[in-house]
Ligand binder design. Structure first.
Ligand code: 5GP
Ligand code: ZN
Length: 110
């Protein structure tokens, strides 16, 4: 089982930012900025394009909800990043969107 599936199952602890029926959002263990969060579908898919459209819709809604929760950090903007394939920098083979809050003057984060 992959590391994110273990987090979803509760076998590995994580700091949960947002959760619903379809997605789990938790803080990245190696954050690139304050509040760096990973949003994952609860069902395992390796790549973004493998997800059926209806599941993608629920997933993207969960990403939006996560951004709304993170607003309490007072960010000035945010990046959403999704890597697919090792050549693109994907280290964990379970679909995840990075939500990286940005703050004025934080420099080159992404
Ligand atoms: P990727 O390079 O695949 O797009 O991003 C994987 C991300 O997962 C990295 O930013 C890394 O810090 C994060 N990560 C890897 N293992 C764990 C873990 O066990 N817990 C948490 N919270 N994040 C993890
Ligand atoms: Zn998985």
């Amino acid at each position: 089982m992959c590391i994110f599936c273990k987090i979803i199952n509760g076998e590995i602890p994580a700091k949960v930012v947002y959760e619903d029926e379809h997605v789990l959002a938790f803080l990245d263990i190696n954050p690139r900025n304050k509040g760096h969060t990973l949003v994952v579908p609860k069902k395992h898919y390796e790549r973004f394009d493998e997800m059926p459209d209806d599941e993608l819709c629920n997933f993207i809604k969960g990403v939006k909800k996560t951004v709304e929760v993170l607003k309490k950090l007072g960010f000035d903007g945010y990046n959403i990043v999704n890597n697919n394939g090792r050549v693109a920098g994907q280290e964990v083979n379970h679909v995840h969107f990075h939500v990286i809050p940005r703050y004025e003057g934080d420099g080159e984060v992404v």
